[in-house]
Design a protein around this ligand. Sequence first.
Ligand SMILES: O=C(O)CCC(=O)C(=O)O
Ligand SMILES: [Fe+2]
Length: 201
Amino acid sequence: MDLFGPGSAFNLLPCDGDARYHGPVMTKAEADEFLARLLETIPWRHDELVMFGRKIVTTREIAWFGNPGLSYTYSGTTKQPLPWTAELLELKALAERLSGSAFNSCLLNLYHHGGEGMGWHSDDEASIVRDSAIASLSFGAERKFALRHKRTSATTSLTLANGSLLVMAGITQTHWLHSLPKMKKVTTPRINLTFRLMRED
Ligand SMILES: O=C(O)CCC(=O)C(=O)O
Ligand SMILES: [Fe+2]
């Protein structure tokens, strides 16, 4: 349980960035309740992206929430965020209090089981405010999360627990990739919320 607020968790990265794992930031009962409610109430959609000129539909499902007026262009399409729900605003307030940063959008990912994951990438799109913090809340199945330095290939990994918070900040996205490896033995779902600060212009 993280009772101490911003800065209480230590930096997992040896250089060129800041990634702090706060561990569970709510009780198991609260985390289980958020998982059930989010599974039920979020309008989950398979993500569509273009890879090597072909349209790919992900097995993972996503949803994007944010302040009105934000828009996000990728793979040739412009998307508008869904309006905040009461429980997402509650979780945003928690992420803001513990990270000490403000956010205006949230990308939600639903991994139905361990056969779904996310490959190596950085959250460094032009639409994100450069060097802004990203706060990641996890619900459901425990999954491994890995970070790899772009130049040295130094790697660090951790397990993201039910109801836990990970905050990546500063120059992390410039120098590090991250991934959610597949874990074939995991048979239950995980939901991840990444709160972000997007450019409003
Ligand atoms: O599911 C996770 O923990 C990572 C998600 C992620 O990296 C992203 O949405 O950009
Ligand atoms: Fe990411």
